[in-house]
Design a protein around this ligand. Structure first.
Ligand SMILES: *Cc1c(COP(=O)(O)O)cnc(C)c1O
Length: 449
C-alpha cells in the first residue's frame, strides 16, 4: 500500500506540474486510446500497481485540463491546493458522512463548514443545509423543503400523501432560469412546464414590473448569476413582493451567490439573503474538487421534514446528523474539502478569488471590444459573452479556438445570437493567462473568415 500510494502521488504531482503548459482539450488520439481501458471484464485480478499505471498512462493524456489556468468552459472551478490534498486524505479515510455515528469527523467538519459558509455568503446564521453533489441537487433539495412548507401551511402532508389531490402550488420562475431548476421541479412533481414564467430584460434579469399577483401556496425561484451573462434577478424588489403574498422564495445561486464574499461585488446580491432557501456550488467559484454543492434553508425544520427518515437501526441523537437533511444516506464527506478551501483562503482569500475572476472577465471584455468584437453582456461578474460576427462565423471561431488548445471556451445562443462564453472561475488563472488567451482568440478570429 505504501508504494502504491507513493506511485499515485508521483503520478499526480507530475500531472499537475505540467497542466499549465499542455493543450487544454485533449488530442483526439489520446481520447481514442481510452478504448484500451476496456476489454471483456477481466476474469483474473491485476496488481494495483498495474491498474494505476494503465489508468495514468491512458487517462492523464486524455483529460480536459480544466484544473489548468486557461479553461473557461461552462462555469468550471479548478481545485485549490489545500482541497486536492484534503481530498487525497479524505479518500484514504473513506468516511461515510451520513451520521455522527458513522463518522464523527465528517459530521463535525460539515457542521463547521456550514457555519463558515453562512458567514462568508452573508446568509442567516442558524440556517439548515444539505451537502449534495451540485447545484442541481441543491435546487432539488431546497425546493423539497419549500414544497413541504407551502403545503403544510394549507394543511397538506406532502411527504405522506404526495401531490395527488394536493392543493395546487404556483411555481414562478424567470424566463432565463437554469435548465437544472426545471429538472428539479420535474423530479418534485411540480412539472417542468407547469410554471409561471416571468419575462426578463436584455441581460436575463427577471422584470420586477412583470411579476405576477400570487394567491395560495406559491414558490418563487430567483437566480443569482445567469449562466450566460452572470446577471442577477432583482431580489431586493421581488423578495418583498413574493413574501407579501406568502410565497417561499428560493434562489439558484450556483456561482453568483459567491459575489456576497467580495466587498466590491456584494451589491449584486442585495436582497438575496432575505430569501427562504438558496442553492450553490463549491466546485465552481470556491474551487473545490467535484462533486460539491450545498442547499441552504433558512428554517431547518421543513428541510428536515422533507428529508429525514427513521429506522430502529439508525441514530436518533441530539447532534446534527447529516442524513436528516440530505436526499442521500451513505455518501462521501464532501464537507472536508469545503472546510479546507475556507481554512486555506480565509475571508480575504475568498474575496480575492471572487474579485480576481471578475477583473479577468473585464480584461477579456475590454480586449475583445478593442479588437472590434461585440461583447453582448454587461460584465458585472465572471462571465463574458462575445460574438465574432454573424452566427456562422462565431461558431467557426469557437471551434477553431477549441482546436488550437491555448484555452477552451464553449458556445451558446444568447437571445437569438450565437456567442462564445468565457467563464473565469479558476484560482490558477493569472493576468498572463488572460493575455495569452486573448491573443489566441483575436489571432484565430482574424484568421477565420
Ligand atoms: C451550474 C449551474 C447549475 C447546476 O449546477 P451543477 O453543479 O452542475 O449541478 C444550476 N444553476 C446555475 C445558475 C448554474 O450555473
Amino acid at each position: 500500500m505504501d508504494d502504491l500510494l507513493r506511485a499515485a502521488a508521483d503520478r499526480a504531482i507530475r500531472y499537475q506540474r505540467d497542466i499549465g503548459e499542455r493543450r487544454v482539450a485533449p488530442v483526439p488520439e489520446a481520447v481514442a486510446r481510452l478504448r484500451e481501458l476496456g476489454s471483456p471484464l477481466p476474469e483474473r485480478p491485476s496488481s494495483p500497481a498495474d491498474v494505476l499505471a494503465l489508468l495514468d498512462d491512458l487517462g492523464s493524456p486524455a483529460t480536459v485540463a480544466s484544473t489548468g489556468p486557461r479553461y473557461f468552459g461552462f462555469v468550471t472551478g479548478g481545485a485549490l491546493p489545500a482541497t486536492v490534498a484534503a481530498n487525497w486524505l479524505a479518500g484514504v479515510w473513506d468516511q461515510n458522512a451520513f451520521s455522527n455515528i458513522s463518522s464523527p469527523l465528517a459530521a463535525t467538519i460539515e457542521d463547521i463548514a456550514l457555519g463558515w459558509l453562512l458567514d462568508v455568503l452573508g446568509l442567516p446564521a442558524g440556517s439548515g443545509a444539505a451537502f449534495v453533489t451540485g447545484a442541481t441537487m441543491a435546487n432539488f433539495t431546497a425546493l423539497a423543503a419549500a414544497r413541504h412548507a407551502v403545503l403544510a401551511s394549507v394543511g397538506w402532508d406532502v411527504e405522506a400523501n404526495g401531490l395527488f389531490g394536493a392543493p395546487p402550488v404556483t411555481v414562478v420562475v424567470g424566463e432565463e432560469a437554469h435548465v437544472t431548476l426545471f429538472k428539479a421541479l420535474g423530479l418534485l412533481g411540480f412539472g417542468r412546464e407547469r410554471v409561471v414564467r416571468v419575462p426578463v430584460d436584455g441581460q436575463g434579469r427577471m422584470r420586477a414590473d412583470a411579476f405576477p399577483a400570487l394567491t395560495g401556496p406559491a414558490i418563487v425561484c430567483l437566480q443569482a448569476g445567469n449562466v450566460n451573462t452572470g446577471a442577477f434577478d432583482p431580489a431586493g424588489e421581488i423578495v418583498p413582493l413574493a413574501h407579501a403574498a406568502g410565497a417561499w422564495v428560493h434562489v439558484d445561486g450556483a456561482f453568483g451567490l459567491w459575489a456576497a464574499a467580495a466587498p466590491d461585488r456584494k451589491h449584486l446580491v442585495a436582497g438575496v439573503a432575505d430569501a427562504d432557501s438558496w442553492a450553490t456550488d463549491a466546485h465552481k467559484y470556491l474551487n473545490t474538487p467535484y462533486d460539491s454543492g450545498i442547499a441552504f434553508v433558512r428554517d431547518p425544520e421543513p428541510l428536515r421534514a422533507a428529508m429525514s427518515v427513521s429506522a430502529t437501526y439508525l441514530p436518533q441523537g441530539a447532534a446534527r446528523d447529516p442524513l436528516a437533511y440530505t436526499p442521500d444516506s451513505s455518501r462521501r464527506a464532501r464537507g472536508i474539502e469545503i472546510w479546507a478551501a475556507l481554512k486555506s483562503l480565509g475571508r480575504a482569500g475568498v474575496a480575492d478569488l471572487v474579485e480576481r475572476c471578475c477583473r479577468y472577465a473585464t480584461r477579456f471584455a475590454e480586449g475583445l471590444r478593442a479588437a472590434g468584437y461585440d461583447v453582448l453582456n454587461e460584465v458585472a461578474l465572471n462571465q463574458v459573452l462575445v460574438a465574432f460576427g454573424d452566427d456562422e462565423t462565431t461558431c467557426r471561431v469557437i471551434a477553431a479556438i477549441q482546436d488550437d488548445g491555448t484555452c477552451w471556451c464553449g458556445g451558446t445562443t444568447w437571445q437569438g445570437r450565437a456567442a462564445m462564453r468565457i467563464s473565469v472561475s479558476s484560482w490558477r488563472t493569472t493576468t498572463a493567462d488572460v493575455d495569452r488567451s486573448l491573443a489566441a482568440m483575436i489571432r484565430i478570429a482574424k484568421d477565420t473568415k
